[in-house]
Design a protein around this ligand. Structure first.
Ligand code: ADP
Ligand code: ZN
Ligand code: ZN
Length: 764
């Protein structure tokens, strides 16, 4: 008999395993892996997904379900297959790797729009999507009779409709926009057989191609050609590893390499997926791909409406398009015959999802491309330390990843020179401004020459560390080498890795200065001060979370800056990446330290990457660029290395420090989080869970480092208390096997929630 293993769409760990159902003979022809089905589950109909089908004899059934009579039949098939058996295997892998339920993992593969429900309609079960699904347009189509038809003299509207339809069919909505209510007229024309009304599928698309988005490149540079050759060999399966890291400086022409690699994949009749960071998915980015592959690109993005996402997803599933451009979750698009996955700006933290399932798209892409015999390209001007380690054969790679360099720009323009300004020295010199003399002079020069400047206010997360404005001293934990966080509630400095506490000092422990300040100014304040410094006719365009809230505001501000003759673009991290304005000759970083001092072991890496990326915004055309970096910590390796564009210099200090302190790429981190309204309950639960993990670990024969429990850096978020425990396991350790039984044994509680973050991107 044919038996289906089904994952029921019920959010509970207790039922997070496949259940077996008998496939009745009338459904046997249509059932496939990936179909949504309705099943009887505890005497009510629920939606499930088929993840496997097998012929079993009675003995096998009895071995897996107990009595044969307990094997219930499938009630009905609700959909075409959404995914195939490789995807089903990948979902199971994700659920294990990231400790989420299989049904959470499967939702990555099912159509956008949340969990469907089943409904009984006339004796059959039907799938109901909440507000999504395909939509149709009404079209008015002229028939052959139209050319010889002459309306009556007084039927003016009929004549106007026919005039409008002279060149062919039109959407009724469009006709109505031109001519007002046309329904009675259309009905009359339809009756005479002059037109017919058709329903046609409408494809909702938020990012239609932008014209002129892409200058064509005639010849590749030597480096580009070499990178392309390596990628093509990898696509053909002729390479030592299926991963290619394209390590190319900003402006080195990586996108052109991607485009040609995709051409290669399409020629072979396969499909490609391109992932870009959330803030880089703009109409301009999409335009470059759509211009090269007209009508063959779907865009998938979390900010699209559900309907838009559904249509794009469905185009992919039907094999209508072969290239998907999107953010993180586009990795799960149902492409046919995947040949290539490209992850651009692979160091970007938006590739890690910070709610369940907490997957890392880079890691999942590695697994996916290996399962499907496809190539994976990771591109960046500043590859992550983890990726660089895999090029040496560490972390993920069983074999060292291929590593190609693009050290030059096609324009021949060198990277801009970077000047470091010591803000502590400025302060000592009597200046209380957040702008150094050097930056002010440079801005005035830019104004004089009618050029443009980009100013970065570094405001990642929440800057709640304390800093001495006189000497740059930042209080640090004696055990963890991370900065301490100021707690307003009780006036203490706390370490969020190990729970170390000390009182907030009144004066600087290093130089006795009373100028101990919580750091972090808002963009608005910076703008106000800037207006006092530069001439009144110099446009200042501010881009931050506030000014870009409205839909399309982001693009509008960039267009405004692009169209302006000279001016300053002032913004947060969102301006650091991917912007390509030829007339920007100055980049200023107002406070390079903010990210450096976050209590996060990746802080130096992020700072280095940010400075390198933002520097890349200057001098992209003929005029050379200049970068000014203001910092209280001019001798920090991340700052010195970014100023010299010297990654090796940075790694020389960063890698030994990671090794010594026990951080990736030398260990695997797992962050166990607990949160809830009652701090005592949270503390009790996290303690219990930590103890349970400890004993599970010991009985499995491991001796991993377990730190905590301690309050999270964000110790209270939206009124909820947050605690965590950090586990440090060796590379390659199966952490899930240790933690999974602990989670399964726990009763889910609404009072205190638990989350496991494997390979966390941050420890907040
Ligand atoms: P990256 O993504 O590496 O930062 P881009 O792909 O944006 O760089 O390329 C930077 C600029 O160089 C673009 O304007 C692009 O059109 C141009 N470009 C790319 N390759 C070539 C080439 N072979 N010859 C001339 N210009 C090129
Ligand atoms: Zn001091
Ligand atoms: Zn500590």
């Amino acid at each position: 008999m044919l038996v289906a293993s089904v994952i029921v769409d019920v959010a509970a760990r207790a039922v997070d395993r496949p259940f077996f159902y008998l496939v009745p003979s009338q459904l046997a022809v249509d059932v496939q892996v990936g179909c949504a089905v309705s099943v009887d589950f505890g005497n009510r109909p629920v939606v499930g997904y088929v993840i496997g089908l097998s012929q079993m004899d009675e003995d096998e059934v009895e071995a897996s379900v107990g009595e044969l009579s307990k094997l219930k039949p499938l009630l009905g098939i609700l959909s075409q297959p959404y995914f195939d058996d490789v995807a089903a295997r990948l979902a199971t892998w994700i659920s294990h790797e990231y400790l989420c339920t299989v049904s959470d993992a499967l939702h990555l593969f099912t159509p956008p729009g949340g969990s469907p429900k089943v409904k009984r309609v006339d004796d059959a079960w039907e799938l109901v999507f909440a507000g999504v699904g395909p939509v149709d347009d009404r079209w008015a189509i002229p028939t052959e009779a139209a050319s010889s038809f002459a309306p009556a003299k007084n039927a003016v509207k009929q004549q106007r409709v026919l005039d409008a339809l002279f060149c062919g069919g039109m959407r009724v909505a469009e006709l109505a926009a031109m001519l007002g209510n046309v329904n009675p007229t259309l009905k009359a024309l339809e009756k005479r057989g002059v037109i017919r009304i058709e329903h046609r599928r409408r494809i909702r698309d938020a990012m239609p191609a932008v014209a002129g988005a892409c200058a064509n490149v005639d010849a590749l540079t030597h480096g580009q050609q070499e990178a392309l050759d390596v990628i093509c060999a990898t696509i053909a399966g002729d390479a030592p590893s299926n991963v290619v890291v394209v390590d190319g400086i900003t402006g080195s022409g990586k996108t052109e390499v991607y485009l040609r690699a995709i051409e290669d994949v399409l020629r072979a009749g396969k499909s490609a997926i391109v992932l870009v960071p959330e803030i880089a998915l703009t109409p301009q980015t999409v335009g470059r791909f759509r211009a090269r592959f007209p009508d063959d690109v779907a865009v998938l993005h979390s900010r699209l409406s559900t309907g838009e996402r559904f249509d794009q997803w469905d185009l992919v599933r039907q094999g209508e398009v072969h290239v998907v451009v999107g953010t993180r979750s586009a990795l799960f698009a149902p492409v046919r015959d995947l040949g290539l996955v490209i992850i651009d700006e692979e160091h970007d933290s938006s590739y890690k999802q910070d709610n369940a399932p907490r997957y890392d798209a880079r890691v999942v892409a590695y697994e996916l491309t290996r399962m499907r015999d496809a190539a994976l390209v990771l591109g960046s001007a500043t590859p992550s330390i983890d990726t660089l380690a895999s090029c040496e054969g560490g972390v993920l790679g069983e074999r060292a990843w291929q590593h190609v360099l693009l050290p030059e720009r096609p324009s021949g323009q060198p990277l801009p020179d970077v000047q470091i300004v010591d803000m502590a020295a400025e302060f000592k010199g009597g200046s209380r401004s957040m702008f150094s003399r050097a930056l002010v002079d440079a801005l005035l020069g830019v104004h004089e020459r009618g050029e443009k400047a980009v100013l970065l206010l570094n405001r990642r997360g929440f800057a709640s560390f304390v800093l001495c404005r006189e000497c740059g001293f930042v209080p640090e934990c004696p055990h963890c080498s991370t900065s301490l966080t100021f707690h307003e509630r009780n006036g203490t400095l706390v370490c969020h890795h190990c729970d170390y506490v000390e009182p907030m000092p009144a004066t600087c422990p290093q130089c006795n200065s009373p100028y101990l300040r919580k750091f972090g100014a808002g963009t608005e304040r910076v703008e106000a001060e800037l207006r006092q410094i530069v001439p009144g006719d110099m446009p200042i365009i501010r881009m931050d979370a506030d000014t870009t809230k409205a839909k399309g505001a982001h693009e509008r501000l960039l267009e405004e800056f692009s169209a302006a003759r000279g001016g300053i673009l002032l913004g947060t991290q969102m301006i650091a990446k991917g912007l390509d304005f030829p007339d920007v000759t100055l980049v200023g970083v107002i406070n390079a330290d903010t990210t450096l001092k976050l209590p996060d072991f990746r802080a130096p890496e992020r700072t280095f990457q940010l400075l390198e990326q933002v520097s890349g915004r200057a001098g992209r055309a003929e005029k050379p660029g200049h970068v000014i970096v203001q910092t209280y910590w001019p001798e920090h390796p991340a700052i010195r290395a970014a100023a010299a564009h010297d990654r090796d210099l940075f790694l020389e200090t960063e890698l030994p420090s990671r090794d010594e302190l026990g951080y990736p790429p030398y260990v695997r981190l797992v962050n166990v989080l607990a949160w809830g309204q009652d701090e005592r309950a949270v503390r009790q639960v996290i303690t219990e869970v930590t103890l349970a993990i400890n004993s599970s670990m010991i009985s499995a024969g491991h001796e991993w480092e377990v730190l905590g429990p301690a309050p999270c850096l964000l110790s209270r978020l939206r009124g909820l208390y947050r605690w965590h425990t950090l586990i440090k396991a060796p590379i390659g350790a199966d952490v899930s096997a240790v933690i999974e039984p602990v989670l399964k044994a726990r009763k889910a509680s609404d009072q205190v929630r638990i989350a496991i973050d494997v390979d966390p991107d941050n420890l907040f």
